[in-house]
Design a protein around this ligand. Structure first.
Ligand code: NAD
Length: 504
């Protein structure tokens, strides 16, 4: 089925049933206490499903199921070809169910259906397939030794891993972590964000259909302070891979220190620059990139390029083009394929973003485009794009992660100043640079202190390229690429002493 109209997607939505129980040991189970939480559609503010609110006892059960599956070896010791076959089947099942999963995620997160279809129909299954295809080609090493010994360097599954997810890319972040974790033979306990559990729970069901043994993939929906904390502190979890805010990432380091020193991989926030040097042509393509970099997913994107650092001589031309393009973005019903900007994840988050807008105004930033006030009167947590000019680097809106559709332009007088402002941040996740000069492009790429630098086009790369942050945007861990395997594998040396056999 390839539906194309809002009515088609509404029909899919009307036919959905919502499974909100936890998924432990291969079955859906209610929370031990029976506790539930409501999940709200951000497009209308209405609760439409209940989801288990997992507590410490549920986390214990999920970790025990994961540990038992890891010990029995049906997955952890399976030949890589078998793990590959299951991951490829799972990728196919996701493709076959993409429309349903996309609608589910759109209802749960408010993300426009066009983005959900691209992420879930293409990127999520391609990610799982890529790691499936990688794992039977990941060779170990033999160290150089004398003839009296043989030294093998092998990599083994780390064990039971907790995957803690944010709400802005629920299934995609799950895939970035599940792909390498499952390919590596780990058993996992997934803690989706409390706002967006439904698509991940459905994925667990498809994983069993694909042939994943019971207990290898468990999903424990719940609040961060209860379910997330219990997972972080659990003494039988070997590693956590976390994506979310820097504030909560810090807590996971504490949880590890206060429990079993589990290994912690962190992907966190950002305040990424989009740099337009004075030689760049302000083409329609550049302007489209600037707008996408700031407003994609309503700006609720860790790598959103909100600080747009523009040669002073080009600022006014840039502003008028960017403001016009931003004003043309279609804000509305996420189930309408024309919609480019859905609601913010919640009314509380919208209020937080509006607080930043007010702060920007009070601090003297020049407002070039204000969010259409009509959005405030409709149900749901909609917010149109805002564009500010003449930011100074010390302003709050130039320093803190806003996580909403608020773009700010900082005018600069040269390469040095652009670089100094770009790197003057607690974060270091991403940067985009537009220039026609290859020497300047490479110079900027080398000097920008962040995990990804995009030249002449906003991109996070593809599944082959690692993604992660410098400074308070992340730990040394990376998602995507072969580098992601390091979060789920540990390295073993086997040193074998040999004796020369008697000859003849
Ligand atoms: P968040 O940190 O509030 O929540 C992330 C996860 O942590 C959720 O599952 C949540 O339930 C859990 N959590 C919250 N409080 C907790 C606690 N006290 N103990 C244990 N777990 C807890 O983040 P969010 O609001 O869901 O997502 C937005 C943030 O994620 C932004 O800062 C964004 O930049 C970041 N993000 C980063 C990347 C990346 O790859 N670097 C990708 C997407 C989002």
């Amino acid at each position: 089925m390839n539906p194309a109209s809002p009515a088609d997607y509404r029909a899919i939505a009307a036919g959905l049933s919502f499974e909100g129980r936890a998924f432990i040991g291969g079955s859906f189970v209610p929370a031990v206490t029976g506790a539930v939480m409501e999940t709200v559609n951000p497009a209308n503010g209405e609760a439409f499903a209940t989801v288990a609110s997992s507590q410490a006892a549920d986390i214990d059960n999920a970790v025990a199921a994961a540990r038992s599956a890891f010990r029995n070896g049906a997955w952890s010791r399976a030949a890589p070809e078998r793990r590959k076959a299951v991951l490829l089947r799972l990728a196919d099942l996701i493709r076959a169910n993409a429309a349903e999963l996309a609608v589910l995620e759109s209802l749960d997160s408010g993300k426009p259906i066009r983005d959900c279809l691209k992420e879930i129909g293409i990127e999520v299954p391609d990610t799982l397939q890529w790691y499936g295809e990688l794992i039977d080609k990941a060779f170990g090493k033999v160290a150089p030794t004398g003839e009296d010994s043989l030294a093998l360097i092998t990599r083994e599954s780390i064990g039971v891993v907790g995957l803690v997810l944010p709400w802005n890319f629920p299934l995609l972040m799950a895939a970035w972590k599940l792909g390498p974790a499952l390919a590596s033979g780990c058993s996992v306990v997934v803690k989706p964000a409390e706002q967006t559990s439904l698509s991940v729970l459905r994925l667990a069901e498809l994983a069993v259909e694909a042939g994943l043994p019971d207990g290898v993939l468990n999903v424990v929906p719940g609040y961060g302070e209860t379910a997330g904390r219990a997972l972080g502190l659990h003494p039988d979890v070997d590693a956590i891979s976390f994506t979310g805010s820097t504030e909560v990432g810090r807590l996971f380091l504490r949880y590890a220190a206060d429990s079993n020193l589990k290994s912690i991989g962190l992907e966190m926030g950002g305040k990424s620059p989009f740099i337009v040097l004075d030689d760049a042509e302000l083409t329609a393509e550049l302007i489209e990139n600037a707008v996408t970099a700031a407003f994609w997913n309503g700006g609720q994107n860790c790598s959103a390029n909100m600080r747009q650092i523009v040669a002073r001589s080009r600022q006014e031309e840039f502003l008028s083009l960017v403001a016009a393009k931003a004003a043309s973005l279609v804000v509305g019903d996420p189930l309408d394929p024309e919609t480019e900007l859905g609601p913010m994840i919640s009314a509380e988050h919208r209020a937080r973003v509006l607080g930043f807008v007010e702060k920007g105004q009070n601090d003297g930033a020049r407002c070039v485009l204000a969010s259409d006030t009509a959005h405030a009167t409709r149900p749901g947590s909609f917010l149109g794009p805002t564009v500010f000019a003449d930011l100074s680097p010390s302003m709050t809106i130039a320093r803190e992660e806003i996580f909403g559709p608020v773009l700010g332009v900082l005018p600069v007088d040269g390469l040095d100043e652009a670089l100094a402002i770009a790197n003057d941040s607690a974060y270091g996740l991403h940067a985009t640079v537009f220039t026609r000069d290859i020497d300047r492009a490479l110079f900027m790429s080398r000097r920008l202190t962040c995990g990804t630098v995009a030249i002449n086009g906003f991109t996070e790369g593809d599944i082959k390229t690692p993604f992660g942050g410098y400074r308070q945007s992340g730990s040394l861990a990376r998602d995507k690429g072969t580098e992601a395997l390091a979060q789920y594998l540990q390295t073993k040396t086997s040193w074998i002493n040999l004796k020369a056999p008697a000859l003849g």
